[in-house]
Design a protein around this ligand. Sequence first.
Ligand SMILES: *[C@@H]1O[C@H](CO)[C@@H](O)[C@H](O)[C@H]1NC(C)=O
Ligand SMILES: *[C@@H]1O[C@H](CO)[C@@H](O)[C@H](O)[C@H]1NC(C)=O
Ligand SMILES: *[C@@H]1O[C@H](CO)[C@@H](O)[C@H](O)[C@H]1NC(C)=O
Ligand SMILES: *[C@@H]1O[C@H](CO)[C@@H](O)[C@H](O)[C@H]1NC(C)=O
Ligand SMILES: *[C@@H]1O[C@H](CO)[C@@H](O)[C@H](O)[C@H]1NC(C)=O
Ligand SMILES: *[C@@H]1O[C@H](CO)[C@@H](O)[C@H](O)[C@H]1NC(C)=O
Ligand SMILES: *[C@@H]1O[C@H](CO)[C@@H](O)[C@H](O)[C@H]1NC(C)=O
Ligand SMILES: *[C@@H]1O[C@H](CO)[C@@H](O)[C@H](O)[C@H]1NC(C)=O
Ligand SMILES: *[C@@H]1O[C@H](CO)[C@@H](O)[C@H](O)[C@H]1NC(C)=O
Length: 894
Amino acid sequence: MWNQLGVLLLAAVPVIGRSDTSNPLTQGNDTAPWPNSVYSNATDTSNPVVAAGSKSNQTSPPWYPSPWGEGLGDWEAAYARARSIVSKMTLTEKVNLTTGVGWELERCVGQNGAVPRLGIPSMCMQDSPVGVRDTDYNSVFPMGVNVAATWDRGMAYTRGQGMGYEHKHKGSNVQLGPVTGPLGRVPEGGRNWEGFAPDPVLSGVLFGETISGIQSQNVIACGKHFIGYEQEHFRSAGNGFVYQVNESYSANLDDVTMHEMYLWPWMDGVRAGMGSVMCSYNQINNSYACQNSYVLNKLLKAELGFQGFVMSDWSAQMSGVASALAGLDMTMPGDIAFDSGTSYWGSNLTVAVLNGTVPQWRVDDMAVRIMAAWYYVGVENNYVPINFDSWTLDTYGYEHYYANEGYGVINEHVDVRNNHGAMIREIGAASAVLLKNVDALPLTGKEKFTGVFGSDAGPNAYGPNGCSDRGCDMGTLGCAWGSGTANFPYLITPGFAIENEIYNHGDGMYQAVLDDYAYSQAESVASQASVSIVFVNSNSGEGYISVDGNIGDRNNLTIWNDGDALIKAVSSVCNNTIVVIHSVGPVLLDSFVNNDNVTAIIWAGVPGEESGNSIVDVLYGKVNPGGKLPFTMGSSRKDYGADVLYKPNSGESAPQLDFTEGQFIDYRAFDKGGVTPIYEFGYGQSYTTFSYSDITIKKHNVGKYTPTKGSTSAAPVLGKVSSDASEYTFPEDITPVPYFIYPYLNSTSLKKSADESDYGVSGSIPANSHNGSPQPRLPASGVGGNPLLWDVLYTVTAKVTNTGKVAGDEVAQLYVGLGGPNDAIRQLRGFERLSIAPGKTATFTVDLTRRDLSNWDTASQDWFISDYKKTVYVGASSRNLPLKTVISGASAFN
Ligand SMILES: *[C@@H]1O[C@H](CO)[C@@H](O)[C@H](O)[C@H]1NC(C)=O
Ligand SMILES: *[C@@H]1O[C@H](CO)[C@@H](O)[C@H](O)[C@H]1NC(C)=O
Ligand SMILES: *[C@@H]1O[C@H](CO)[C@@H](O)[C@H](O)[C@H]1NC(C)=O
Ligand SMILES: *[C@@H]1O[C@H](CO)[C@@H](O)[C@H](O)[C@H]1NC(C)=O
Ligand SMILES: *[C@@H]1O[C@H](CO)[C@@H](O)[C@H](O)[C@H]1NC(C)=O
Ligand SMILES: *[C@@H]1O[C@H](CO)[C@@H](O)[C@H](O)[C@H]1NC(C)=O
Ligand SMILES: *[C@@H]1O[C@H](CO)[C@@H](O)[C@H](O)[C@H]1NC(C)=O
Ligand SMILES: *[C@@H]1O[C@H](CO)[C@@H](O)[C@H](O)[C@H]1NC(C)=O
Ligand SMILES: *[C@@H]1O[C@H](CO)[C@@H](O)[C@H](O)[C@H]1NC(C)=O
């Protein structure tokens, strides 16, 4: 046997429980069964759902073995190629694919080892979800929250395509995006804007479209972050600026909430062919995301049938053997601490295979999944070598930056923008949400005197990229902060664009007061102006940067820089004050929303490089606003229910984030609590008006639901691994780059090579984790879930008429009340952005699938349709739903 040596060693391993995260034992403590325990008190046994909320300290039960990729769905051809090439690889070549070479040791933010012998280059993994990070001559696309505000599938796809194009032409093979984790549990969540909306259907659709767009360009999309990563505070151990914690927080959530909310968009991502997934920093039910066998092995790989590879967030890997067995496929950036020169994988993974703690088939599966994603999106078609460097913009420098080795041209400054500015401007305008308009908009361009106010109308005095990773709130908010950003090629400010508009098309006066606190100067201009436009903002980002005391997550929902006071000053002397809000999410509007002098309010989100042009298009009526809010604007933060945990609640051990609200976030919480928001989810006005009529519903002749049955294949074992350690030692012809992570052994002694102090006694192997025999398929499984979930059970149509005088877009929305005592009053299930000429009528059509009408049943671990009557609502927002129809007997489809 290939691993005789390993088997012998294995037999001698004592079982010692310790709180060492590198110990396979410590992940997945199965003392309390998860998830069924939460539901043992279900009140209605005929509908064995649906309790809200979670318990603290829930455990994620062990779930092994890690499912091996089978080439399901349309992955068959890619798998055939991947298996064929992996069969030719040696153990160290396979391990190379799985392990990053270390921080700042190659030119992209992450790169794995190459397989030169077989012509496979090191893959370039590059941020971000808004473009190509850390380079130049690239675009900054609108943030995810703006894509959500367009509610436009086509725009999500086109933006993905544009970003994919830019990645490809810089030589990036894996775009680290899009984002659907955070989903947006808490309105202050620092990275919510990177994702789409606190609704799984809106997020899922746009997540899938973005992935398809990116991958159409032969770039692998990396959906992130899996899963439960809903706030910045305490996402990692460390001092977090203020408090010391020794473990990342645990997102404690129950199985129903997991399926009906947080996991839902990932189904769409997997169905779209998502090539990779990034596991997150946090724990889920007290087990780290990158070694949580329940979420990676069971939910993602077995249930959702994910065929691509799982990569760790940067330093989110917490163990070697445990993470391998729990379903991690690639470690990034590869080293344990940045530039420590050590890795949980690399030589450790080679040793782990040789000593039998990780079965060969698992490493084969990692390599196959990575190569399959590569072939699936066709990275090798028109392959572009890396032509930029993430660590400097200098033309010349070191290829191995941290090691100061490989001097030469490292930045070719390739312009990859391909005229994407026009698309960015269009999406920016399409995402503007008109919240209030009392005969103020559109402007004519003939206004005598236009006053513009606020730092958000102007530039950052340090330049658009003057704050590293956009980590400040200076000038107009075109991009929030953190790793999910990119360098601006330029940033059109609102002031510049409005002045340009007046200069080109009018004969009016323009004066701007950009100091937020220059109240007397502002008032003196505003009192003379025929129209005053006040620009305000609210910002957030990733928690490694703190801006004005906001450690990623916002500390509050008020407008920054005392914007309320500026609005008050201007509106006290000008009865035609227009407020434009650039913000990452909801802000409190109470201080001015009902002020009669505030004649219009627009939420413009965080629109990217063309910000000013986009808002000018809307203000001057070149574009009729058609965006709708992708979240709720409430009148106080407590109306939202769930909130950020700002202070540790478990001393220095893992803060416990209990998702006790279950699915009741954002509009679901407002609806359940009977709280009236200021502007509800889905709300947005237009320069025209629309009416809704004639709802119809058609039932389709569809068979019953059949749980997926049968078994998987056995785990393929590809090629032979020699048990002779001398075959894997450091090749004599390689001069190692300092700090680099390699797959080789330093010595024929496995113990010495691993360099692990507790080598061989660190724990036991989780039961069943080495079992490569065929495994039963889960009832809910398939690529993205059981394919029957996408059967169309009903088609709903309604007529939408443009009753005004100008052409416009209307985002028609369909909500369903599933009817059970624990269900949301209504939840979004369909939407379409319709362009309608004045006087004309369009048909809004939604195919309601089995998934749309189902709940998750914890007992059978499957979806089912409850007996409760379903109510279907159609209209213009989550609270303006003039049309209604009822579905009875849908459970007959079970
Ligand atoms: C699992 O949890 C139980 C109860 O909290 C505890 O007694 C036991 O030590 C834990 N086991 C491990 C391996 O952490
Ligand atoms: C179980 O349900 C009953 C009835 O709804 C309720 O009174 C009781 O508090 C619940 N118990 C627990 C432990 O949740
Ligand atoms: C969670 O676990 C910690 C450590 O085991 C314990 O101290 C704490 O009391 C637990 N919290 C709850 C709410 O059970
Ligand atoms: C592993 O990757 C490194 C860096 O790309 C490369 O130098 C080395 O040759 C690779 N080793 C094998 C066995 O392919
Ligand atoms: C192997 O992993 C352990 C942690 O489990 C680490 O301490 C050691 O340095 C690693 N060895 C190498 C050669 O990277
Ligand atoms: C909210 O946070 C912003 C940004 O840090 C700050 O300017 C503002 O004063 C805060 N508002 C309140 C009411 O504390
Ligand atoms: C509205 O503006 C007018 C000046 O046009 C001013 O006299 C009035 O006080 C303002 N109202 C408020 C509520 O600020
Ligand atoms: C707003 O103010 C202007 C100039 O002060 C005045 O002519 C106009 O009537 C006012 N409009 C309203 C609605 O009060
Ligand atoms: C096998 O190697 C891995 C990686 O170095 C190490 O963590 C583990 O303790 C070793 N196990 C045995 C049984 O030697």
